[in-house]
Design a protein around this ligand. Structure first.
Ligand code: SAH
Length: 622
């Protein structure tokens, strides 16, 4: 199955492999959606069932082939000695801005090395994701990674920011030396700042007079650098909406010239342009469409009725007579940012050229929130009972890939080794499930990849159902944001595994929490499960306030089952504080039971042997 976590690295080439390593390679290449390249001279694949989906053969030497395809792939994964890979790629490398990600996996699949283009090319992240996928150790040697600091040259990617000019290597070197770096942020999300308030690297106080060792501008403006010897860089959040009005048939070139001239006049960075806005009757205007296509910008259009409602600084009676609103450029820019007149940072500019037909008006408004240009994803992830060894590789990949990880603080601590310094981590108290869901949806709607983590399985008394219900209320179209659910080992499976095989026959789970379910309903289900001889796992069995429920549950089961029926009381399974007790229905309340406990009550055939609890499946009765 394809794994959408690898979409951002496409296309990926997989090289240097040996046809003996078929199983791992086949599943990995499929997951990566990679093209597997083999030399023509190699033996053909031995087991036809294990042939990767996307296998291609090349003629001649590997180095010759690599030179041919170097520009065609965003990432290269080699299953070769690192030294050999270094020699192969050395003549092809150009610069950090252009080189593809290069990752090397050792033949035994134990290590995944980020060799080249760790940040901008994404090799660090790709190496981590592949390592999680095949249960290997990622080898990342960049300074920011070892210091657990954010890589400043990829900081803005989640929010769709565009890199401007600057001495990126110099700023990153200052961070690696742990010098203070001044940040002046005039546009875009400050979510990332919250993650770094305490690490003493960034100075976010714009009133500081002492110039720090390096400077990061985050702005819609093109800043001319102060004190040139200081390493400085610029990120441009896409907050500018360009309102355009034009005569029919105005060329793309003239519109483009007008936009560039406006940016220059007002010191605006063209990189900070989010999109174009105009009146709906211009939705088919060729020049505008060509510009949007060429610059990869979205186009927002508004009816004249909508534009008429906006107060603008430069209304025109002629325009009103022609299209029914006295402003197109200014009003459309304001409509695009969904604000008022104050958001207009450039009033109407008029452009005409003698030898060119048509004419253009341009106005610019600044949005509060940047346009990410990305389709958000919501990952609903089950992290298992606690230990990292009990989490699925797919869930690990999803958590590491996400831009934002949201969860209850205890669970975030458990998955700490999977988190990256660039990620936004938001922890919520245990009771704020609805807020957690809403926050995740709003960030995903904005374009981020958000992982919501639940302990155990996220669809068993977890966050998955709640988030899907919340999406349903919002009339979600089923596609945007894209939703993926990652299963986890639920408490009942984890607890069962530690006491033997109590769930070998029909079983059910009942939560004793009556916070969201009326107690009468829970009692009815307890009666039914006890009567029907289900092995029963009790979740949320007892809290400080809810102490009676577990007593009533025991009474109900005692009415239907023998008092010596085996019962397992498993607390904090697969965590450091794990406690396991096997007792009986009659004595079960002698053991401490709390909200970290799962109780498993056997059926009428469940028995004990040594330290184990076994529910017969019936094989030996045949
Ligand atoms: N989604 C979770 C369940 C959440 S409800 C899952 O699939 O496991 C919370 C309840 O789960 C707790 O009150 C407890 O009964 C059980 N539970 C969760 N983690 C546990 C653990 N590590 N050990 C024992 N029980 C656990």
């Amino acid at each position: 199955m394809n794994n959408s976590s690898f979409e951002r690295f496409q296309p990926i080439a997989f090289l240097g492999i040996n046809t003996q390593e078929t199983k791992i390679i086949r599943s990995l290449s499929q997951n990566l959606m990679a093209t597997v390249w083999l030399p023509n001279s190699s033996k053909s694949w031995e087991n036809p069932e294990l042939v990767p989906d996307n296998l291609k053969y090349y003629d001649g030497s590997l180095s010759g082939h690599l030179t041919n395809i170097w520009g065609e792939y965003r990432a290269f994964v080699f299953c070769l000695a690192t030294g050999a890979v270094v020699r192969l790629i050395a003549p092809l490398l150009k610069s950090k801005d252009w080189d593809p990600a290069v990752v090397v996996i050792d033949g035994a699949g134990k290590f995944v090395i980020s060799l080249c283009s760790g940040h901008q090319g994404g090799a660090d992240l790709l190496a981590k994701l592949i390592a999680h996928q095949i249960d290997a150790t990622p080898v990342i040697t960049g300074a920011s990674s070892s210091l657990q600091l954010p890589a400043i040259d990829i900081l803005g990617y989640p929010y769709g920011w565009v890199k401007g000019s600057g001495n990126w290597t110099g700023v990153m070197a200052a961070i690696a030396r742990q010098e203070r770096v001044q940040v002046i942020q005039e546009a875009g999300s400050i979510l990332w700042q919250h993650q770094h308030l305490e690490n003493n690297i960034f100075d976010f106080d714009s009133t500081t007079t002492t110039i720090r060792q390096a400077l990061i501008w985050i702005s819609e403006q093109k800043r001319s650098f102060v004190k040139s010897e200081l390493p400085q860089v610029q990120w441009h959040p896409r907050v500018l909406w360009i309102g355009i009005g034009c005569e029919r048939g105005t060329s793309k070139e003239l519109i483009e010239k007008a936009v560039i001239a406006t940016c220059e006049k007002y010191d605006l960075a063209p990189e900070a342009i989010a999109g174009i806005a105009t009146i709906d009757i211009k939705a088919d205007e060729v020049g505008i469409l060509e510009l949007c296509n060429c610059w990869n910008l979205p186009l927002k259009t508004f009816t004249s009725a909508r534009l008429r409602q906006v107060t603008v600084p430069t209304p025109s009676e002629i325009v009103r007579q022609e299209v029914g609103t006295s402003s197109v450029a200014e009003a459309a820019a304001i409509c695009a940012v969904e604000k008022d007149l104050n958001s207009l940072i450039v009033p109407k500019q008029v452009f005409k050229e003698k030898d060119q037909p048509g004419g253009v008006t341009v106005a610019v408004a600044k949005a509060d929130r940047e346009y990410t240009g990305r389709t958000g994803k919501l990952y609903l992830v089950g992290i298992g009972p606690g230990s990292l060894a009990q989490i699925t590789p797919a869930a690990k990949v999803a958590i590491t890939e996400a831009d934002v990880v949201i969860g209850y603080s205890l669970y975030l601590d458990l998955i700490q080794p999977l988190l990256r310094p660039e990620q936004i981590i938001e922890s919520f108290p245990i009771t704020q499930e609805k807020q957690r869901g809403e926050r995740a949806i709003s960030l995903a709607e904005w374009g981020l990849t958000v992982a919501v983590v639940s302990s155990g399985d996220c669809g068993i008394y977890g966050m998955a159902g709640l988030v899907l219900e919340q999406l349903k209320i919002k009339h979600w179209d089923g596609k945007t944001p894209q939703v993926k659910v990652f299963p986890g080992i639920s408490a009942l499976q984890a607890a069962a595994s530690r006491v033997g095989a109590p769930l070998m026959h029909d079983f059910c789970a009942i939560s004793l929490s009556d916070l969201l379910t009326p107690w009468e309903v829970i009692k009815k289900r307890l009666e039914a499960a006890a009567m029907a001889d289900f092995v029963t796992a009790l979740y949320n069995p007892r809290s400080q306030k809810r102490t009676q429920q577990i007593i009533t549950a025991q009474e109900i089961f005692l009415n239907h089952r023998d008092k010596n029926t085996p019962v397992a009381i498993v607390r904090s399974v697969y965590r450091d504080e794990e406690q396991i007790t096997i007792t009986t229905l009659e004595k079960m309340l002698d053991t401490a039971i709390d909200m970290l406990t799962t109780v498993i009550i056997g059926n009428s055939n469940t028995c004990n042997y040594q330290d184990w609890m076994i529910t017969p499946r019936g094989y030996l009765d045949k």
